[in-house]
Ligand binder design. Structure first.
Ligand code: MRU
Length: 366
């Protein structure tokens, strides 16, 4: 059943879908979850750029695919060189850390720039669709490789306890997810799997993880971010499984802020720390983690909390007065030395430049 894709109310559902007349694209508004499941129809480049910036769509692979559809929407209106260049520039500036965004835009540019303007819109829709389909296939392969790794690890004791951070599931991709794909595969294979989900302040992507695992019936428990160290120390966790926004050529991993703390605690407790990511997340041109740009987001993400009141009305509350100085870095870098293994669509490898190049020999010339 899993191979039919992620189910929402029993229906296989993708996180992003072009509308049949090729004039719009539908997304799930992730800023409304977990309280409201709402589809948003995006019709313009500006709407796609806003959706990425405001995190109505989020997660490295999904950001890349959304940007590709953004280019298609722009070219549907005008397809000259200046429009193409401006669309790519606008979308590339929306979020800096997840390299999937630039990767997707570079792929579209390579296909489109050689075509006459009259052929560009159709080609852009086609290429965006191809990127989406490739993402689904890669996540499926990550699921299979990751499941093998988990089986080789803790399964013999009859129960698998996984800790994750942020949301690297179905919602962060087109389908299945990266870090959660092996979890869904384990669940569908009848393995007794349970996931510890950290809230992931300040944007609380852990609530998205809890929501999507729940839709698929996977047992999960939400914890405050600060509870992760204690849990890892307790010996109850078999593996930490996270996604990535950018893997540098040396195996350093940028992922949601707080990932590094989990990696440190996992190492201290001798718990394996796995990072699942497709090739579009690996930046062979980026030598190491220090060269990865870290997004700094609006201070109000810490000052203001979103949710719904006891009557079910959604809204926001100011938690911190605006005179308090706030820093809000959105990502951190986990050094390769703390990563037990990388899981990509090509297989499982060590977090090192040699191992990455052995898996991706075509990247030797980068
Ligand atoms: O800021 P976000 O929510 O876009 O960050 C998402 C993450 O950090 C994910 O772990 C990462 O993109 C991998 S998603 C498969």
């Amino acid at each position: 059943a899993r191979m039919a894709g992620m189910l929402i109310n029993g229906t296989p559902t993708r996180t992003i879908q072009p509308v049949a007349d090729a004039r719009a694209v539908d997304i799930i508004d992730q800023t409304a979850l977990p309280h409201v499941y709402r589809i948003l129809r995006l019709r313009t480049l500006a709407e796609v750029a806003h959706a990425i910036r405001s995190m109505q769509v989020r997660g490295a692979p999904l950001i890349g695919v959304a940007a590709a559809y953004g280019v298609a929407l722009a070219l549907t209106q005008r397809a000259d060189d200046a429009t193409l260049a401006a669309a790519i520039e606008t979308l590339a500036a929306t979020r800096p850390t997840a390299v999937n965004l630039r990767w997707a835009l570079a792929r579209l540019q390579a296909v489109l720039q050689t075509l006459p303007p009259s052929a560009r819109a159709d080609a852009a829709w086609r290429e965006a669709g191809t990127l989406a389909e490739e993402d689904v296939q890669q996540c499926r392969r990550i699921a299979a490789h990751g499941l093998q790794l988990l089986r080789a690890g803790g399964e013999q004791k009859g129960k698998l306890e996984i800790m994750t951070h942020c949301n690297a599931g179905w919602l962060a991709t087109v389908d299945y997810g990266t870090a959660l794909a092996p979890v869904y595969a384990a669940f569908d294979a009848g393995i007794d799997v349970h996931v510890w989900v950290s809230e992931t302040r300040p944007r609380n992507q852990g609530l998205l993880t809890a929501w999507e695992l729940g839709r698929h019936g996977v047992p999960r428990t939400l914890i405050a971010d600060n509870a992760a160290g204690l849990l890892l120390q307790s010996g109850h966790i078999d593996a930490v499984m996270v996604g990535a926004d950018r893997v540098a050529a040396n195996g350093d991993v940028a992922n949601k802020i707080g990932t590094y703390l989990k990696a440190l605690a996992a190492r201290a407790a001798a718990v394996p720390f796995y990072v699942a990511a497709p090739h579009s997340t690996i930046d062979f041109a980026c030598p190491n983690g220090a060269a990865i740009p870290i997004e700094e987001r609006d201070a109000d993400e810490l000052r203001i909390v979103w949710g719904c009141d006891t009557a079910g009305r959604s809204g926001c509350l100011r938690q911190v007065t605006s005179d308090v100085a706030v820093a809000n870095p959105a990502f951190d870098v986990t050094p390769a030395s703390l990563v037990s293994a990388l899981i990509s669509e090509r297989g499982v490898c060590a977090a090192s430049s040699d191992a990455l190049l052995a898996l991706y020999p075509e990247a030797r010339h980068v």
